[in-house]
Design a protein around this ligand. Structure first.
Ligand code: AMP
Ligand code: MG
Length: 400
């Protein structure tokens, strides 16, 4: 049995980046940048008005109320390109360029306009209501780094700086194989002793969110020759194979044996982790193989800790780990003696504004119904318990 940190080091050691491709920016959500995004213009590209009102010389408004002659209009997309002089005002709209000669804007609410003249009722000051050229971003600045995943929060950056195509990392192709003689497809009514296959869809969703390209293969029963043939078939067209089930010590736990018989190199087969002790990581031909436990919660946790790491690193993600943080624990959580635990919790904010991690009421690692409300995993070191009110380390399941 190896420590979690060692397992992660092994994954990191074995990983190589898959390569890159150029894609249309419209298809880039969820993909990992293989280039820096550099601003090709200043932002704003000109001194921009923040208000509907009048562009003026601030000095002219010192003794407001003051009457100024309106000499033109600057609208968004259609500026006024002469030079304003003392005594003049230019009617200006939000987002429009501030004309040369003007150094301030006064808002329309503090004005009245009659017969080509505007009266400003209050003074304005130099720079007021103007965002100067380049204040937000200077041309040449790296606004998004290689290794970032494109998401709804950052896709406007490459868009705003003209990247119609993006260089991104190739997506790892992941084959997903659920094993177990009791597992049936989800469109079947389970007979006595049978269970529907929820793992394959869960892993598909997790893979997609991690940037990978998953394919679900048919369920395989606990039969060594079926396992061998399905596994060797599945690795042919994939960069990663994920199996679930059949990795514990029962008579019909045959996944690791099948991998060994096929000549796989096994890097580890047991991790000091709860849930998820019997996690197998190896390589068969050119594909990495993860044999995850069949229990849905164990499969989810080991995916988050290990598989996601591999998928992330194969795409060159800058930080391929779950986002860590701290929270106050809402109720006592107890780990186990020999293994560190990552226990499911939901997050909320208490009356003092503190982030609170409340343990999910669950019935162990098969309880995926309880687990569905999980926002974060609480780390409990081996042999320890955390008491209500203590600050603990958590890993957010929400995003990178
Ligand atoms: P195993 O790891 O094969 O010992 O399976 C542990 C538990 O997880 C058993 O109760 C299985 O029925 C359940 N299980 C295994 N595979 C799946 C699956 N694909 N979907 C849902 N539950 C599963
Ligand atoms: Mg089984």
């Amino acid at each position: 049995m190896i420590q979690i940190s060692k397992a992660i080091r092994i994954i990191d050691r074995e990983t190589t980046i898959l390569g890159t491709e150029r894609i249309d920016i419209a298809d880039a959500t969820g993909r990992v940048l293989a280039e820096n995004i550099v601003a090709d213009t200043d932002l704003p590209p000109f001194d921009r008005s923040q208000m509907d009102g009048y562009a003026v010389k601030a000095d002219d408004t010192k003794n407001a109320p003051v009457k100024l002659q309106i000499v033109g209009e600057s609208a968004a997309g259609r500026g006024w390109h002469k030079t304003l002089i003392s005594g003049e005002a230019v009617r200006i709209m939000t987002g429009a360029p501030v004309p040369k000669g003007a150094d301030a804007v006064q808002k329309i609410e503090l004005s009245s306009e009659v017969d080509g003249f505007v009266t400003l009722t209050e003074p304005t000051s130099k720079g007021r209501f103007i965002i100067a050229k380049g204040d937000e971003v200077r041309k040449g600045r790296v606004v998004l780094k290689q290794g970032s995943m494109i998401d709804p929060g950052n896709i406007s950056l490459p868009a705003a700086f003209g990247y119609a195509k993006l260089k991104v990392s190739k997506r790892p192709r992941v084959a997903i194989v659920s094993t177990g003689s009791e597992i049936v497809e989800i469109n079947k009514k389970p007979k006595q002793d049978q269970i529907r296959n929820s793992n394959s869809l869960m892993l598909t969703a997790l893979c997609r969110r991690a940037g990978a390209d998953p394919t679900v293969f048919p369920i395989v029963g606990d039969d060594i020759s079926d396992l061998r043939s399905q596994i060797s078939n599945a690795v042919k067209s994939s960069d990663i194979l994920i199996t679930t089930g059949g990795v514990s010590v029962g008579k019909y736990d045959l996944t690791k044996l099948a991998l060994e018989q096929l000549g796989a190199e096994i890097f580890f087969g047991k991790v000091a982790l709860k849930p998820g002790k019997p996690t197998v990581f190896g390589k068969l031909k050119k594909a990495f193989v993860f044999g995850l436990p069949g229990n849905p919660v164990s499969a989810a946790v080991t995916f988050h800790l290990f598989v996601r790491r591999l998928i992330g690193r194969m795409q060159g993600i800058a930080n391929p780990f779950l986002k860590d943080g701290t929270a106050v624990v809402g109720a006592r959580m107890k780990g186990t003696r020999e293994r560190s635990s990552y226990l499911p919790a939901s997050l909320s904010t208490d009356a003092d504004g503190r982030l609170v991690a409340t343990p999910i009421r669950w019935f162990g690692s098969s309880d995926f119904v309880g687990f569905a409300a999980t926002d974060a995993l609480v780390f409990v070191p081996a042999g320890e318990a955390v008491e209500a009110g203590e600050t603990v380390k958590i890993s957010f399941l929400l995003r990178y």
